[in-house]
Every structure is written in C-alpha cells, then in structure tokens.
Design a protein around this ligand. Sequence first.
Ligand SMILES: [Ca+2]
Length: 183
Amino acid sequence: MKSALIINGQGGTDNLTLEDQSDATGDRATIAGSTVGAAKGDTFFSAPGFLVYFGMSTLRIDGGFGGNLFNVLQTAPGTVTSINSGQGNDTVQVGGGIQTLGDTSGGVVDGIRSPLIVNGQDGTNYLTVNDFNGSGSKQVTVTGFQVGAASGDNFSVLPTAASRIWPSDLDTQRRHRRQFHPD
Ligand SMILES: [Ca+2]
C-alpha cells in the first residue's frame, strides 16, 4: 500500500483487518484515533502510504514475523482495537513517549478510549503502558491479563470499564511491564 487509504465505516457493524502476517521484515506502526502507520518513521505500509479510518466497530492488526514495534497513542471511541503483534520478537508501547525500553520519558494513556487487546504471539514480547506524563489521581488495577479494567479504574480517559488492555498470551503476561506516574 503506497498511498493514503481512507475507510469510513459509517453506520452498522464494520470490521477492519490489516493482514501483514507474511511480512518477514520487522515493521513499525503507530496506531492513533483515526490513523495507522501515519507517523514519521512508520514502515508498516510502504511510504508514503498510510491508513485513515472512521466508524469501525473493530480494528485488527495482524503483524508479520520479522519483529515489530507497535506504538499505540490512541484508540477510537467505539472501535475495539486488537493487535496480534506477530510470530517474532515484538514490542507494543501504549501511551507513546517511549523509544527504548527503560526510558520513562513522555507517555499519556488518556487517548485509550476503547478496549485494546494485545496478543504477543510467539517470541519474546514486551508490553509497556506509559502514563508518565499523566495528570491527576488515577486508579489502575493490574491482573494477570488485564490493565485498567476493574470497577472504578480511571487510568485512561473514560471512567468506565470500557478502557481495557489485555496482554492475552502467556509470554506477554510474563514479560508485561507497566510504567505510570505514581500520583
Ligand atoms: Ca511475537
């Protein structure tokens, strides 16, 4: 895909899947509230291609096996977003602001406005949730497979159970890392 592609689901139930499973080259993709692969440095599509989406019920991204970096800055309200990061060694960063593991600069999770499901699949996978620059008092509950999904959690912008992050495979759970501002 080498140019802008704009998809508007309008009414009804619309599901959007981006299939890159056969790609042997590791890619970087930035996921925002209405775009995928549009950030500077993204390689998920072939430059200058990127995706604009509106009105989707679900957005699913199936990554290739070359080892990928997914940077999730926002999700669209009403769009359940799922990332299958691929069979290689992958990193999924939620909240932005991180370029390398261990760097706690930047990052706000308030843009996560719908359920986010992350599956690391095979390999050694890292999930980072970064709210280092978040403001105000926040409650976040972390379980073996969910972040911010408990009653009363207000870690991301909606004070409801609608904002969820599931690292849904065991490997990712074991390697799950979270970073958030302590207050
Ligand atoms: Ca993987």
